[in-house]
Structures are given as structure tokens and as C-alpha cells.
Design a protein. Structure first.
Length: 380
């Protein structure tokens, strides 16, 4: 599948007065401000939607934007679209932003009545929400059969860059995967070992791989039921694991607010009573050596408990190596993108993906249900 197989905005019948429903991915991180209101802490996804809004407005079309925000269970005042609406209005005061789609359970249920209500009164639909295009939700797959539909600028850019990695990557092609569990990414791991030349594994999932090699991992996160799968992956000879890790005694706490205990370094093996929470300096050096020689790079997922400042050096080190690389690089996942921004290296990356799970699913399967819905949408 190529991006050209998905209709673009240029394929729509647009003119002044035509009304377009734009499904964007405005699922941004929030925090409570001093007055108790919610404040957007990262505008990356909002900024990614602006070119599509501008392109539609340039045609004279009236644009109404819809999105989800967080994972509400019914109405949740802390997840209203109001802080996002204010930012959009600063750029396009005439553009309406609907309330959080997930306030209505029919969105995630892909209810056809809800899809028809969303489509009612519109002449066309544009999906620019690549990050949720793997979800079989009403606003993603329910609306395209009802309206003339197309992919937005960001969505088509995502497909273009990921298709390049999927179909014709420059080699050596190196993937860096983090995250907590092997089970969450098993399908992708199996796909990637067929596609890449080297697979660097960090994050919590690395301890299941280390256990599969027969190493002691103490009280680190291990999925016993995944050890056989990890052994099969290791047998390909493409998986590179950490040679040292950073961690804490099991009794010590960790998390966003850190703690009083100092991080400890462990070589090959984590002793009983301790748990690994990040890759160590020697591993950062080893991973960096592999990345320097790469011509294509995919990075998804932090190397450790990134939100704890004691366990972010692994993620920062990988970000620095990828930022310095001349390779064609695609980075997805919130923590990975955030690390590049914080290191001032985001501009050195070929493509920052707005997708997390969608990016991984596309690389695993080569398609998403939201993209298929656009290809088979109603003709004008």
C-alpha cells in the first residue's frame, strides 16, 4: 500500500461554504494550573493538525474539528476540550472544536447511529488522526462510508515515512524498542526481526529477554510466559540486549517524584532484592555504536522509567545518539519524542511520528482500519 492509494484533500470537492468534519488527534498531555484549570503541557499533536486546517480553510471550506482526549468513563470535567479549543482558536478563531468524543460511549463502540450524527450536516470528512487510526471507533471507521473522505496532511506524511521503512529501508536498518512488556509488542517484535538488521531492546521488556538468556534479574519485571518467545527471537542473532542496568532495592520507591535512594548500577545480572529500572552507561555506549553505523532507524519506547529523573539517562542517551545520526530516522511514542525535544535534537530526526500504537501496528501489518476506511469511503 502506498500513500497515493489514500484519497488526499486535493481529491475532495471543496469550495466556499462546504462543511468539512476533521478528525484530528488532539490527545495532548494536561496538568492542573494554579487556578485549577487544565493546561496543555505539550502542543506537538495540536501543531501537527494546523497544516490540514489551514489547507481546508484556504479552500473556503468551513471546518469543524473533533477529537478524543484521554480515557474518560463518561463526562469528565478534567478532560474537556476547552484548553485545546483555546489553542486552536488562537490560530483559527473561526474553527469550531467539538467536545471530547469519548464522553459518549458510542464513539468507542463504533455505534452507527453516533457515526451518522457526527456526519450529519457535513459535505466531506478528513481523517488527520493517524495516532488512532488503528481504532475501530465511530469517528475513524464509521463516518467515511457516509461522506466523501480523505486523509489529512499529517496522516499521509505518516504513511509515507512508515511505508519507506516497511518497504525499502536503507541498510543497515536498526530498531530500538522500549516499553514495559514483551507481550504488548510481541507481534511487532516478530515482524521487526524479519525486517531489521539489528534490534536493540531496552525498557522493562529487556528483563524478560535477559531472563531468557539465563541471567539473574532479581525482582525486575519479567513475563515468565514470554520467555520461550524471547528465546526464539534471540535465536535470530539480531537482538542486542543491555550489558548493564540501573536500579533500586525492591523496597525503594520510584516514579515521577523520584525518591531519596540513589540509583545503583548492576552488570550482567541483578541480585535478589533489587530491580532494574533503566539501561546503564555501558549499554548506552553499546547501543550508540550500533546506531552510528545505521542508515535507517526506528525508535519507539523509553529505555527506562523515564518519568523518574534517576532513570532517564538511558532514554536521553539513545535520544542523543539518534539525534546525532545521519540515518533516515523515525521516532514514535510520547516519551521518545519528548526526550528528543528536551535534548534539543528533534530537528535532527527525519520524522517524529504522532502515533504510538498506530505506528507499531502499521509496521507490523502494513495497514490500519482507519486507512482502509478512507480507501473505501463513499465517492463524491
Amino acid at each position: 500500500m502506498t500513500p497515493s492509494a489514500i484519497p488526499s484533500i486535493d481529491d475532495l470537492t471543496l469550495s466556499p461554504g462546504r462543511r468539512v468534519l476533521l478528525r484530528a488527534d488532539l490527545n495532548v498531555p494536561l496538568r492542573s494550573g494554579p487556578d485549577g484549570t487544565q493546561v496543555v503541557t505539550d502542543q506537538f499533536r495540536i501543531e501537527a493538525a494546523l497544516p490540514t486546517i489551514e489547507r481546508l480553510r484556504a479552500s473556503g471550506a468551513e471546518v469543524v474539528v473533533c477529537s478524543h482526549l484521554g480515557r474518560p468513563k463518561g463526562y469528565d470535567p478534567t478532560l474537556t476540550m476547552e484548553p485545546v479549543r483555546a489553542i486552536i482558536a488562537a490560530h483559527f478563531p473561526e474553527v469550531e472544536v467539538l467536545e471530547n468524543l469519548r464522553f459518549d460511549p458510542r464513539e468507542e463502540a463504533n455505534d452507527p447511529v453516533f457515526a451518522a450524527q457526527l456526519a450529519n450536516g457535513f459535505d466531506a470528512y478528513v481523517n488527520d488522526a493517524f495516532g488512532v487510526s488503528h481504532r475501530r471507533h465511530a469517528s475513524i471507521v464509521g463516518v467515511p462510508p457516509l461522506l466523501e473522505s480523505a486523509g489529512g496532511i499529517t496522516l499521509l506524511e505518516e504513511v509515507k515515512h512508515l511505508t519507506l521503512l516497511l518497504e525499502m529501508p536503507a541498510r543497515p536498518y536498526v530498531a530500538v524498542l522500549g516499553g514495559a512488556k514483551v507481550s504488548d509488542k510481541l507481534g511487532l517484535l516478530n515482524a521487526l526481526v524479519q525486517q531489521v538488521d539489528t534490534l536493540l531492546v531496552g525498557g522493562g521488556m529487556c528483563f524478560t529477554f535477559l531472563a531468557a538468556e539465563g541471567l539473574e534479574v532479581g525482582d525486575s519485571l519479567v513475563e515468565e510466559q514470554m520467555i520461550d518467545q524471547c528465546q526464539h527471537l534471540l535465536a535470530t542473532g539480531k537482538v542486542v540486549l543491555p550489558v548493564d542496568v540501573m536500579g533500586l532495592a525492591t523496597s525503594d520507591s520510584f516514579g515521577p517524584n523520584g525518591g531519596a535512594s540513589e540509583a545503583q548500577r548492576f552488570g550482567l545480572g541483578v541480585p535478589a532484592g533489587y530491580r532494574g529500572l533503566d539501561i546503564g552507561a555501558a549499554t548506552v555506549e553499546r547501543f550508540s555504536e550500533v546506531l552510528v553505523g545505521a542508515r535507517s532507524i526506528l525508535w519507539n519506547g523509553p529505555m527506562g522509567v523515564f518519568e523518574d529523573p534517576r532513570f532517564r539517562s538511558g532514554t536521553d542517551g539513545v535520544a542523543a545518539a539518534i539525534g546525532r545520526s545521519d540515518a533516515y530516522s523515525v521516532v514514535g511514542g510520547g516519551d521518545s519524542v519528548a526526550a528528543l525535544h528536551q535534548a534539543g535534537l528533534a530537528h535532527n530526526v527525519s520524522h517524529l511520528s504522532t502515533g504510538g500504537g498506530a505506528t507499531l501496528e502499521y509496521l507490523e501489518h502494513g495497514d490500519l482500519v482507519g486507512l482502509a476506511a478512507l480507501r473505501h469511503s463513499r465517492e463524491p
